[in-house]
Write a new protein. Structure first.
Length: 88
């Protein structure tokens, strides 16, 4: 996440939001002690971070499909887990 205490160039953008959403954003901003703009910046960063995680997860799934796990490794891991698991 970008540190906002550092001076950085900013661009003003116009976003259309319905009144209810603006009211809810303003209420949350007050509760958090930040401006609406700061709250929207945080939200935008959170959306970008979440999408990057989704993309990474997809790439990992593709990698597993193209290079399946070795069955011997799975058997060894299962045996190790069985041998080292506590008896409940």
């Amino acid at each position: 996440m970008c540190p906002y205490h550092v001076a950085m160039a900013r661009r003003q953008v116009l976003v259309h939001l319905d009144n209810d959403l603006v009211d809810r954003l303003d209420s949350l901003a007050v509760d958090l002690g930040v401006s609406r703009s700061e709250l929207l910046r945080r939200g935008a960063e959170a959306v970008i971070d979440a999408e990057q995680l989704v993309a990474s997860d997809r790439a990992l799934q593709v990698a597993y499909r193209s290079q399946p796990v070795d069955p011997l490794l799975v058997r060894s891991a299962r045996r190790l887990a069985t041998e080292t698991s506590p008896a409940w």
